[in-house]
Design a protein around this ligand. Structure first.
Ligand SMILES: Nc1ncnc2c1ncn2[C@@H]1O[C@H](COP(=O)(O)OP(=O)(O)O)[C@@H](O)[C@H]1O
Ligand SMILES: [Mg+2]
Length: 334
């Protein structure tokens, strides 16, 4: 494959290049596609929606497809996409939602708009505290005439009941092995990459129906022009292990922000699970020459326990990195 210098993320990253733009291009999730297409037939009656399911199965993609198909070519103008776990905090999210909703109220009153309303996609809504969710609930009610919300979450149980009850809930399933393999095969064809079927099954084995992770591994494995089992194995190693090693180094150097950003990327883009992260982190840490490894092992055990008890993975692992940073002065030989 020839290396080309192109500026757009959508050209460089296959996950973006191959992100479906219409509901009928989405694979799997047939019931949901059918359900949403039905709702689109009567746009004026569109309810608020809540998409729930594991990572990389098409939740954000389908929310955007819906906005596109509902609002037409200016969909971007009339869609607000927010990430509830945004660094800038819930307060900002709340303000922007309010602002957007009230502007829309005005402009709808002033001119007859052929589109029925605007759409607010609130990704990672389960990251919001219940107080923030309660405040949001009021905003939902205030902007009911002009705005439809699409909430997206991994854990439905983290969404307060009053929001759940105001939404039609769609539960996303993991994409099946056959469908993942078929989809990856088509990408290879399109990219002119030779591929071994076994390699694609190997990818599925690793990603377990997470499409984003599958496509990322495929792209990494294809760097040399063909995809074999060995290359997939190497790519898995690269996407997981070496990144974890880098994150641990940054944390030990007390570069908390950098290590946390890389951690988020690893969990969200590469789909590495939090338990895998700790397991590899454990191995990586003991490869280093630490003066007092017992302190590290206490911390590792603590976070392992918290994760096993269902504490929030991103928050816990970020705290874990912060702890490593604090140990820094005492535990490094240099
Ligand atoms: N059902 C699907 N059909 C086709 N591609 C998908 C599907 N689900 C995920 N993908 C691919 O994975 C990427 C991430 O999907 P996304 O919708 O962001 O997942 P999430 O469920 O985490 O929001 C997309 O850009 C797309 O390339
Ligand atoms: Mg998403």
């Amino acid at each position: 494959m020839e290396k080309q210098q192109k500026p757009l993320v959508s050209d460089i990253m296959w996950v973006e290049k191959y992100r479906p733009t219409r509901l009928d291009q989405v694979i799997n999730q047939k019931e949901i596609v059918k359900g949403l297409e039905n709702l689109l037939k009567k746009p004026n009656e569109l309810p608020h929606l809540l998409f729930t399911g594991s990572a990389g199965v098409g939740k954000t993609t389908m929310a955007i497809c819906l906005a596109r198909q509902l609002l037409g070519e200016n969909w971007k103008r009339d869609t607000l996409e927010l990430n509830a776990s945004d660094e800038r905090g819930i307060k900002m999210v709340r303000e922007r939602v309010k602002e957007f909703a009230s502007i829309m109220k005005l402009s709808i009153n002033q001119q007859a708009d052929e589109r029925p309303f605007k759409i607010i996609i609130l990704d990672e809504a389960d990251e919001m505290t219940s107080e923030a969710q309660t405040a949001l609930r009021r905003i939902i009610e205030d902007s009911a005439k002009t705005t439809r919300f699409v909430f997206i979450c991994n854990y439905l149980s983290h969404i307060i009941e009053p929001i759940q009850s105001r939404c039609v809930i769609f539960r996303f399933s993991k994409v099946s092995e056959d469908e993942v393999v078929e989809y990856l095969k088509n990408i290879c064809k399109n990219e002119g990459v030779k591929v071994d079927d076994k390699a694609l099954h190997k990818i599925y084995e690793q990603t377990n129906g997470d499409m984003r992770h599958s496509i990322n591994i495929l792209q990494a494995a294809s760097a040399s022009g063909n995809v074999s089992v060995q290359q997939v194995q190497n790519a898995i190693g690269i996407s997981g292990r070496s990144k974890i090693s880098e994150i641990i180094d940054l944390a030990i150097d007390s570069k908390f922000n950098d290590s946390r950003l890389k951690l988020l990327e690893l969990l969200n883009v590469y789909g590495v699970s939090e338990t895998d992260f700790l397991r590899y982190a454990n191995e990586e840490i003991y490869k280093r020459d630490l003066e007092n490894p017992y302190e590290v092992s206490t911390i590792l055990a603590e976070y392992d326990y918290r994760l096993a008890n269902g504490a929030h993975p991103e928050i816990q692992l970020a705290a874990f990195l912060a702890q490593l940073g604090r140990l820094n002065l005492k535990s490094r030989k240099k």
